[in-house]
Design a protein around this ligand. Structure first.
Ligand code: NHR
Ligand code: GAR
Length: 223
């Protein structure tokens, strides 16, 4: 196997790393034809770092608390990320808003998963906000990261029902299951060269995807 020619993937995390685990598993199963070359966390001691170490992936902590401001944290982060020569940078539960300079440096090769049906509920506490609004569906969206927070072109999204007795935790759990299916799929497409950001649109085989991204469903279509 020509390991050195696989797309190089850097994953940025802040916490438990369940999306990271879905990439690790997908690489192992050859669903993602790429190599995770580094996992970087802004928080020390998180479960995601343990998951990476267990998989033999080099880890690094760049603690934002050690920096005077966002610009200097992002500059240090960018230097470390770039040192790994990534073809793709994945935000996986990464909780620090990135400066325009950082975003620009990695534009077209950086994705995020956001736990809402974008453009609804950018930012934090998405599940509670969907519940408070009385929504009947929730979900998650994978998107390219651009200067607009959670506003970059959507790649793929999955919907889940909101049930009468849901709280933020039970809803999050249902959304997680979908996150772990759609994010590796988006990464697979990118590594295959099928998916790209072109003129600020997410494109498959050069053709723009729908504005809300590829609709993902695990429910078999009725005949
Ligand atoms: N950066 C840019 N420029 N664009 C995006 O689309 C980004 C981003 C950085 C992270 C993830 C995003 C999400 O999916 C993401 C997308 C953190 C916050 C936030 O408010 C908001 C959105 C996202 C991630 N963070 C606080 C901050 O001051 C800190 C919160 C905390 O530490 O718990 O950075 O939801
Ligand atoms: C996921 O639900 C992800 O969509 C969300 O945080 C969780 C991270 O879980 N991302 C954000 O809210 C980004 N602000 P993980 O660490 O187990 O992958």
């Amino acid at each position: 196997m020509q390991k050195t020619h696989l797309p190089r993937i850097v994953v940025l995390i802040s916490g438990k790393g369940s999306n990271l685990q879905s990439f690790i598993d997908a690489v192992q199963m050859r669903v993602i034809e790429g190599e995770i070359v580094a996992v970087i966390s802004n928080n020390p001691g998180v479960l995601g770092l343990e998951r990476a170490e267990k998989a033999g992936i080099p880890t690094q902590v760049i603690n934002h608390r050690d920096f005077a401001d966002r610009e200097s944290f992002d500059a240090a982060l960018a230097e470390v990320v770039e040192s790994h020569r990534p073809n793709l940078v994945l935000l996986a539960g990464f909780m620090r808003i990135l400066t325009p300079a950082f975003v620009e440096q990695f534009e077209g090769r950086m994705m995020n998963i956001h736990p809402s049906l974008l453009p609804n509920y950018p930012g934090l506490h998405t599940h509670q906000r969907a519940l408070d609004a009385g929504d009947s569906i929730a979900g998650a969206t994978v998107h390219f990261v651009t200067h607009e927070l959670d506003g970059g072109p959507a790649i793929i999204r999955a919907e889940v029902p909101i049930l009468a007795d849901d709280d933020a935790a039970t809803l999050a759990e249902r959304v997680f299951e979908q996150e772990h299916l759609i994010y590796p799929l988006a990464v697979r497409w990118f590594c295959q060269g099928r998916l790209a950001l072109i003129n600020n649109r997410a494109c498959m085989f050069g053709r723009p995807l729908p504005p809300t991204g590829h609709p993902f469903s695990t429910v078999a279509r009725e005949r």
